[in-house]
Design a protein around this ligand. Structure first.
Ligand SMILES: Cc1cc2nc3c(=O)[nH]c(=O)nc-3n(C[C@H](O)[C@H](O)[C@H](O)COP(=O)(O)O)c2cc1C
Length: 266
């Protein structure tokens, strides 16, 4: 889409927040000192929408994120810092799930939140496979176990599997797998990791438990073919992260200790 910016001269206060916040200096002033898009924007705009979103008077509109369809930030809905700290520190990796499956709408809601994770150059390269069917999660866990068995890795986990216990994907009813095309993104690892972290936290906010599925990602990186066949990724795509999801069987009642902060203040 060709980028176009309009400025309502009645509303514009000439505060120039739009100029200050544009990541690539793509807005300057016209003869009357109103903001205008530079020609370079055609090629260089990263479609972040910040110019429209930062405007206090709603004077700027941009076709890649129109003002009328961009929600207003509601200060009353922002949690206070104590609440945020408690929310973040009370999230735990969940390894025992109830059989209950999550509604499709809940899985969609948490995925929608993940779209707002930061991404390099606002590239938004992250694609998801959301496994809704618990039987399919189990089938994928089976491939990971086969991979482990083929290399004689993690004998405890593979023995447990033989006894009917899934210590790989923990009998989670759902699994979210983040993948991206590394040729189309400068930082696919970071982008997928951040999107997965957003998903993790959004899941926590809706009472869903989650756990990063490192073993599955390892088996994909090893290119275990039956697993790759099952995932059926688009051409050139790589899997970077994966997250088990489901309702926790147990609630955590305490926040466990973590290492002291490691920081150099300068
Ligand atoms: C990249 C990554 C991979 C992980 N892989 C697994 C995994 O395969 N299985 C598992 O049970 N936990 C996995 N975890 C969860 C960590 O063990 C967990 O985050 C850590 O023990 C801290 O516990 P907490 O998340 O409850 O604070 C992984 C975490 C990360 C960040």
């Amino acid at each position: 889409m060709k980028i176009s910016l309009s400025v309502d001269q009645e509303l514009c206060k000439k505060c120039y927040a739009c100029i200050a916040e544009c990541p690539f200096d793509l807005i300057n002033k016209d003869k009357e000192e109103f903001p205008q898009l530079r020609k370079a924007a055609v090629k260089k705009c990263i479609r972040c929408g910040h110019c429209m979103a930062v405007c206090v008077s709603g004077a700027l509109d941009i076709n890649i994120s129109p003002l009328t369809t961009s929600p207003v930030v509601d200060k009353n809905l922002l949690p206070d810092p104590e609440l945020v700290s408690h929310f973040l520190t009370s999230r735990r990796s969940i390894r025992t799930y109830r059989k209950k499956v999550a509604d499709h709408s809940v899985l969609r809601q948490i995925l929608e939140v993940s779209r707002y994770a930061p991404s390099a150059h606002n590239g938004q390269p992250v694609h998801w496979i959301m496994v809704e069917d618990p039987a399919e999660v189990r089938r994928l866990a089976g491939f990971v176990v086969e991979y482990m068995q083929s290399l004689k890795l993690f004998p405890g986990l593979t023995r447990a599997w033989d006894q009917g216990v899934d210590k790989v994907l923990r009998d989670a009813p759902h699994l979210a797998i983040a993948h991206a095309n590394p040729l189309a993104s400068q930082h696919p690892i970071e982008d997928c990791t951040l999107a997965t972290s957003y998903l993790d936290l959004a899941a926590h906010s809706r009472g869903l438990g989650s756990c990063w599925a490192g073993f599955l990602v390892q088996a994909v990186h090893f290119k275990y073919q039956p697993l790759l066949d099952a995932l059926d990724l688009p051409e050139n795509h790589e899997v970077y992260t994966a997250l088990m999801l489901g309702y926790p069987k147990y609630r955590y009642h305490h926040i466990p200790q973590r290492d002291d902060l490691k920081v150099t203040w300068k």
